[in-house]
Design a protein around this ligand. Structure first.
Ligand SMILES: Cc1cc2nc3c(=O)[nH]c(=O)nc-3n(C[C@H](O)[C@H](O)[C@H](O)COP(=O)(O)O)c2cc1C
Length: 467
């Protein structure tokens, strides 16, 4: 009988039953083993995602990334101790879920009612937000995760931050050298959070020095029951400006696939199209973007859909999101210094701004003036003359001299950080990140800014995080 492809297909179709199909497909390499994704969780496969970034990954940055097409967004690393003891509330004006704490220090208490440690938009981030924990202890990790698990779609553990404040406390990249501890943290989260909240657990690591070391670690992590693993293609001692190395990537992806864990690649991914190309080339399931998204969140938009927007467009959208969610003023201003090119005349004009009104004026965003005025009033960024953000007028003295001092420090903070970055004499990533967790806890906006400034003028400046 002559060979007939259609008869062959018919024969196969009739002999394949529901029971035999998966085994046949697996044997033919058509499907991969997959750790089941919990019903409220998300699968990292096929996704281009926003990286966790302290400072640069606050809510407005995440909304910007989502607006331009990011599939998932990681929140900035939040240290377990900073979250434990916070109170969850819904902000009735914005609809956001906020975890707050009252400052313990009396002076700070007088100045600020409470400080927002973490903020989620339950509508716009629904199903797309991953919370990243900084931790070195399974019990604390679980305690922290329980506070947010009902409001997010996944819990990720940071095992890549190389900076002393993190590693001294046994967190971040220190966990790469204490794999037993890292495994116990992941196992505790998988056992206690995954079934109770129906979301997955993942981990973000760096490359180890040799492929053999990386392989051993990745195998152990994949066996814990995690659903995803992100590999930042740099080793711990590597600086952010050193090019990512991709030599071990196929091997890492292969191990993840053996265990049914989604593998996300990270390091020098420039945008959606680039991420998809790299995923195809190296066999990873997803790609994560940090630095390029920090500069312009529209990197998540495919070329076919318009590609990278101008910085002016991205900044205008960012400003609207920042005010909509009542983002801390100093964080908004800091982000603008990342998004507005240094060569633009507007860049210098941002430095003295002390209110949303003034930022909007400098950026020429007349359509946002009214929104800025209301935001300034709400955040008490108004001036004594009543016109918000006027440099000639004095900042309202409601909180006394200390508040004014802190506000000045705020400006210095941004200036110093950017100066160092531009000089390239520091670890750029480190300089953009937060103060050590000890200073983050119980500090409110201006006090926090002052603390960063104080840090950056001391040798411990290098202790600011970079993952
Ligand atoms: C400003 C900034 C803050 C970061 N904060 C975190 C963090 O909180 N947690 C983390 O795992 N990595 C953090 N990282 C590292 C990034 O997530 C990412 O791994 C790294 O920047 C490499 O990606 P890229 O080459 O796209 O920048 C941070 C990076 C930057 C630039």
């Amino acid at each position: 009988m002559p060979f007939s492809p259609s008869r062959l297909v018919r024969t196969i179709m009739t002999s394949v039953t529901q029971e035999t199909a998966p085994a046949l497909a697996a044997a033919a390499g058509l499907t991969q083993k997959r750790v089941p994704i919990p019903s409220r969780g998300v699968d990292y496969r096929g996704k281009i995602v926003l990286a966790p970034m302290v400072r640069s990954g606050e809510l407005p940055s995440r909304l910007l990334a989502l607006h331009y097409g990011a599939d998932l967004v990681w929140g900035p690393e939040t240290v377990d101790r900073a979250m434990i003891g916070t109170t969850r509330r819904i902000n009735s004006r914005t609809g956001c879920v906020e975890w707050t704490r009252v400052p313990t220090n009396n002076v700070k208490k007088e100045m600020f009612d409470e400080s927002v440690i973490y903020r989620v938009d339950p509508v716009r981030e629904a199903g797309r937000h991953i919370f990243q924990i900084g931790t070195s202890d399974p019990t604390r990790a679980v305690e922290c995760a329980k506070l947010v698990a009902a409001d997010v779609s996944g819990i990720d553990v940071n095992a890549g931050c190389p900076k002393p404040f993190s590693t001294h406390a046994g967190m971040g990249a220190a966990l790469l050298r204490t794999p037993d501890k890292l495994v116990s943290i992941l196992e505790a989260l998988v056992a206690e959070i995954k079934p109770a909240f129906d979301i997955g657990i993942s981990v973000k690591i760096r490359l180890l020095e040799t492929p053999a070391e990386t392989e051993t670690l990745v195998r152990r992590l994949c066996a814990t029951g995690i659903t995803g693993l992100t590999i930042h293609c740099r080793t711990t001692p590597m600086r952010p400006r050193e090019r990512a190395i991709r030599g071990q990537l196929r091997m890492v992806a292969g191990i993840c696939h053996d265990y049914g864990v989604a593998c996300v690649m990270n390091g020098d991914v420039e945008g959606r199209d680039h991420g998809l190309e790299l995923m195809a080339e190296y066999g990873t399931d997803g790609a994560m973007i940090a630095t390029c998204a920090e500069k312009n969140g529209s990197c998540f938009r495919a070329k076919a859909d318009g590609g990278l927007a101008t910085w002016e467009e991205a900044v205008a959208k960012y400003m609207r999101f920042a005010m909509e969610v009542e983002n801390k003023f100093h964080n908004t201003k800091f982000m603008l210094t990342q998004m507005v090119p240094g060569k633009s005349p507007k860049y210098k004009e941002l430095t003295p701004c002390k209110s949303y009104g003034k930022l909007v004026e400098v950026l020429g965003l007349t359509e946002l003036e009214e929104m800025a005025r209301k935001t300034d009033e709400l955040m008490k960024l108004v001036t004594v003359e009543g016109s918000s953000g006027n440099d000639k007028s004095k900042v309202a003295e409601t909180a006394g001299d200390e508040k004014k001092k802190n506000k000045n420090n705020l400006t210095n903070d941004v200036q110093q950080e950017n100066l160092k970055r531009k000089r390239g004499d520091g670890d750029e990533e480190a300089e953009k990140q937060q103060p050590p967790p000890s200073t983050r806890i119980n500090v409110s906006e201006a006090v926090e800014a002052a603390a960063v400034e104080q840090q950056s003028s001391q040798p411990v400046a290098a202790a600011v995080a970079a993952s």
